[in-house]
Design a protein around this ligand. Sequence first.
Ligand code: SF4
Ligand code: SF4
Length: 398
Amino acid sequence: MQSNDSKDLDLVEDGKRQMELCNACRYCEGYCAVWQAIEWRRDFSDTDMTYLANLCHDCRDCYYACPFTTPHEFGINPPQLFAGLREETYRKYAWPGKWAKALGDSVAGFWATFVFAIIFVIGFVFANSGFDGLFRPQTGDGAFYVFFPENLMIGVFVALGLWMVAGWGIGANRFWSDIRSTKSEKDRVLFKDIKKATLYAASLKYLDGEGAGCTYPSEEPAKARRTFHHLVGYGFLLDLASTTLASFYAHFLHIPAPYPLLHPVVILGSVGGIMLIIGLCGLLYLKSKSDKEVNDEKAVKTGSAFTWALLLVAVTGMVLLAFRETGAMTMLLAIHLGSVAALFFTAPYSKFSHFVYRYLSLVNFAQEERVAHEAEVAQKAKPAKKPVAIAGGIASKN
Ligand code: SF4
Ligand code: SF4
């Protein structure tokens, strides 16, 4: 039986074979950033493959355009190849690596973390207040902190937040060193490269198909995937803004949660939660309809597990809001807090980390794009070579 490492190696080698064939063909030139990045390379290192995989947005345009997909002997399938390599990225660059294998590589390990965290929080309330405590209605200022002391809650989530950010930071540093390993000193990243990469990421430019949308879940171009992805991304940011604002109210203005329905904290959180739920359900639906020939089986499993987990967090948050004045509040809060804690804990290893590697790849791409453009402008600005007469014919000067 092949080990995971040798399977990963096979994938990298097969990736190089496919990219060399694509570089000779170049039919997909202009489809996305990947095809431009390929043009700037003659051959491909292992780290180039990692970079290209994370630059690919899985729009699938190239697959449906390609005459060399299976059953052709070339067996070209860039979206499937890149999905497999991206999956490897989340494990390879994560810290600590051993945990990444246990929690990121296995869907069972991922879900076990959620089950453990939720049972742990419910057990905490049960141990302190018994069965009655779990179903006793709590209302008014500070109701959320009756069974979960405020300082304990802050301490736990600050620690988990630091864990998540440190994991992403270490992964980002390792990934960046690898994909930049072939660059020289003069290939520095400028502020305008970062600005451009941020625009590419914020607009999901490479899921746009130049206005027609992408060929996902089927060969027919559609805008649904980009729309749902936007709902998830911006919904998440609104929820983050709501949590930050709630901290400000609680710790600087000394007004504890829960807040009234028309309070800015609740409005931001509700709009973000609804956007998340619609976006995540839409992405899950599209994934269920997606072409199996193009999917990487493992990437689909781990990606779907993350999407369901984020949906669990969003739904429990909204249900908590709806039933916060009933006897179900404490139990709902326990499930919500447990699922958020597990989401934070698994964040450095799960699909959650994909935005870190995708963004860094876009920064690298924006820098390569600028350098290529500057070289082109410099080439055009060069004075034309003057022909000079030599004995027996004409030759150019220089
Ligand atoms: S994906 Fe197919 S059509 Fe596109 S460049 Fe590669 S070989 Fe050519
Ligand atoms: S699937 Fe889309 S984003 Fe990925 S390489 Fe092909 S054209 Fe580019």
